[in-house]
Design a protein around this ligand. Structure first.
Ligand SMILES: Nc1nc2c(c(=O)[nH]1)N[C@H]1C(S)=C(S)[C@@H](COP(=O)(O)O)O[C@H]1N2
Ligand SMILES: [Mo]
Length: 311
C-alpha cells in the first residue's frame, strides 16, 4: 500500500501538534485510505453516477490527480484535522433531505432543494486546485456556474459580497467538538468573484455525486483561490452588503486574508508559496502560478489593487 506522506509544512503547523501527531489516529486514517483503494468511497453502496459533458474551454489540459487521492486526502475539519480523517469518518453525515437557504439582499429569497440543482444542466470542468498548505491537485468537478443559482434569487444592487455557511451536524461531525475554528465554517467572496463563470457550484467529482469527504451534497469551487475558500456542504448562502467575517480569517488574520488568491509572490508567514507539491508527487517541485494559472480570466477583477496588502 502506498503511504502518502503529509505535506512538508502544513497541518502540524496549522493545528495543535497533539492532534496532528496522534499516531493512532494517523494509522487509522492510513488504513482507511488503503480500504478506499480497494473499494471506493463507501463500504455500503456504490456512489451514484453524475456524468456530465466536459466543458473543454473551462478545463485545463492536464492529467487529473488519481481519484484515490482526491477522495482520500482531504481537508474537512468538521471530521478531524488529519488528511485521512474525512474519508474515514464522513460516511455518517446525513446528506438527505438537503436544502440551501438563499437570502439576504435578493429579490426572491428561497430555499433550494438539492434535487432541483441535480436536475439542472450540469457540466464537467477539470480545474487546478491549490491548497494554502502548498499542495495541489487537478480535479474533474461536476456542477454549474454559481451565477446560475444567483439568477434564481436576483441579487439587489446592495449585494456586494456572498457569504457561504457549512452545515453543522454535531452528531456526525466529531471535529465540531474541537475549537480549531469558530464553527460553523463560513467563507465569503466579493460579488464579482462569486458571479465569475469560473466559480462552480459543485455537486460531483469524477463523474459521481460528491463523496461526503469532498463536501457532499453541494460545495463551491473557486479555482484561483486557496482551497479553504471552497466551502463544503453548504446549507446557507447570503448576499450581503458588508464583507463577511470568515472562519480562517478569524482564526489567524495575519495568515489567511479575505482574498486568498493563489500568489507565488506572497508567502504564507510560515512557509513559501513559490512552489507546490502537485499530488501525488512527494516534493514541492511545481512552480506556483499567479491566480493558480487563471490570471487571463480573473486578473481584471483585481485591477489597481495591491495584492500584497490584500492577500
Ligand atoms: N466546511 C469546510 N469546508 C472546507 C474545509 C473545511 O475544513 N470545512 N477545508 C477547506 C480546505 S483547506 C481545502 S484545501 C478544501 C479541500 O477540498 P477537497 O477535500 O475536496 O480537496 O476544502 C475547503 N473547504
Ligand atoms: Mo486548504
Amino acid at each position: 500500500m502506498p503511504m502518502f506522506r503529509p505535506p512538508p509544512i502544513a497541518p502540524s503547523e496549522i493545528t495543535p501538534q497533539s492532534v496532528f501527531l496522534d499516531r493512532r489516529r494517523f494509522m487509522q486514517g492510513a488504513a482507511a485510505l488503503g480500504a478506499l483503494g480497494a473499494g471506493g468511497g463507501s463500504a455500503l453502496a456504490a456512489p451514484a453516477a453524475l456524468a456530465a459533458p466536459r466543458n473543454a474551454a473551462f478545463s485545463v489540459d492536464a492529467e487529473p490527480t488519481p481519484k484515490k487521492l482526491v477522495t482520500g486526502y482531504n481537508n474537512y475539519y468538521e471530521f478531524g484535522t488529519g488528511k485521512y480523517d474525512p474519508a474515514a469518518s464522513a460516511d455518517q453525515m446525513k446528506t438527505r433531505p438537503w436544502t440551501i437557504e438563499v437570502g439576504g439582499e435578493v429579490e426572491k429569497p428561497q430555499t433550494i432543494d438539492i434535487e432541483a440543482l441535480l436536475k439542472m444542466q450540469l457540466q464537467e470542468r477539470v480545474y487546478r486546485f491549490r491548497c494554502v498548505e502548498a499542495w495541489s491537485m487537478v480535479v474533474p468537478w461536476v456542477g454549474l456556474e454559481f451565477n446560475q443559482l444567483a439568477k434564481m434569487v436576483g441579487p439587489t444592487s446592495k449585494a456586494k459580497y456572498v457569504k457561504f455557511t457549512t452545515a453543522m451536524q454535531p452528531e456526525t461531525m466529531p471535529g465540531l467538538r474541537v475549537p480549531v475554528l469558530d464553527w460553523p465554517y463560513v467563507e465569503g467572496l466579493r460579488i464579482d468573484e462569486a458571479m465569475h463563470p469560473l466559480t462552480l457550484l459543485t455537486l460531483g467529482v469524477y463523474g459521481e455525486i460528491l463523496p461526503n469527504q469532498n463536501g457532499a451534497p453541494v460545495r463551491i469551487i473557486v479555482p484561483w483561490k486557496y482551497g479553504f475558500k471552497s466551502v463544503k456542504s453548504i446549507v446557507k448562502i447570503e448576499f450581503v452588503e458588508q464583507q463577511p467575517g470568515t472562519a480562517w480569517n478569524k482564526a489567524a488574520a495575519n495568515e489567511y486574508g479575505f482574498y486568498s488568491n493563489v500568489n507565488p509572490n506572497v508567502d504564507h508567514p510560515r512557509w513559501t508559496q513559490k512552489r507546490e507539491r502537485a499530488l501525488p508527487a512527494l516534493f514541492a517541485s511545481r512552480q506556483t502560478e499567479i491566480f493558480n494559472g487563471y490570471g487571463d480570466q480573473v486578473a481584471s477583477l483585481y485591477a489597481g489593487m495591491d495584492l500584497k496588502s490584500n492577500f
